[in-house]
Write a protein that binds this ligand. Structure first.
Ligand SMILES: C[S@@+](CC[C@H](N)C(=O)[O-])C[C@H]1O[C@@H](n2cnc3c(N)ncnc32)[C@H](O)[C@@H]1O
Length: 195
């Protein structure tokens, strides 16, 4: 999934699968039975330390998540048309390595999604290191196993300016058996240009 923050502080969320987009729409509407994000929102309020009630943040998030669009990161135009205005920031979590068959496709996907960002815009990327599969129910889905050097090379190849890269080894207590992930990377990168 990808999220983009536009100049009007609106959030654009995207996913390849209609079922995932529908789940997001149901959460925005507040339908019963959707995934409960409140523990995560409460945690964010706690670490931000501004005393903001989590219910206010949840309401604001729902009201700003205005567009939920289909995406294919393998297309040069991932949304099928340019995003207007281009986003100030883009967040992608555990997506590109899960949908790319090899390093070249991963780099191209990064370059494709950078077209959604304005020059000078920020990309925050989270992903798996050393993962070759994950289980979705009983289905085993392949993942491109990356190491830190692969991530650096791909960012450079896609034209991003790397600001910060942190890699963590997955502690044994978080190895739950649903995948063979070895670690996690966190990236802050910038699209060149702009102010
Ligand atoms: C491993 S899941 C990660 C989901 C979520 N971001 C998370 O952190 O749990 C990979 C996601 O990539 C999406 N996806 C699959 N093919 C894609 C494509 N070609 N372009 C963009 N997203 C794709 C899937 O629908 C799924 O939501």
């Amino acid at each position: 999934m990808l999220g983009c923050w536009g100049g009007t502080h609106c959030i654009v969320a995207t996913d390849y699968l209609e079922v995932n987009r529908e789940e997001l729409r149901r959460w925005v509407r507040g339908d019963p039975g959707t995934f409960d994000w409140s523990p995560f929102i409460q945690h964010v309020c706690k670490i931000e330390g501004r005393g903001e009630p989590w219910q206010d943040k949840q309401l604001r998030l729902r009201s700003r998540l205005r567009r939920i669009l289909p995406i294919d990161v393998h297309r040069p135009e991932p949304l099928g048309a340019p995003l207007q205005p281009q986003a100030d920031a883009l967040l992608s979590a555990f997506c590109l390595e899960a949908v790319s068959p090899d390093g070249a496709a991963f780099t191209r996907a990064l370059s494709n999604v950078s077209s959604l960002l304005r020059p000078g815009g920020h990309a925050v990327l989270l992903g798996a290191l050393g993962e070759s599969f994950y289980l979705a129910g009983s289905v085993r889905l392949p993942v491109l196993p990356l190491d830190e050097a692969d991530v650096r090379r791909a960012l450079h190849g896609a034209g991003f300016e790397l600001r910060r890269l942190r890699c963590y080894v997955m502690p044994p207590e978080l190895r739950t058996g649903v995948d063979d992930v070895q670690g996690v990377f966190f990236v802050h990168a910038r699209k060149p240009g702009g102010e």
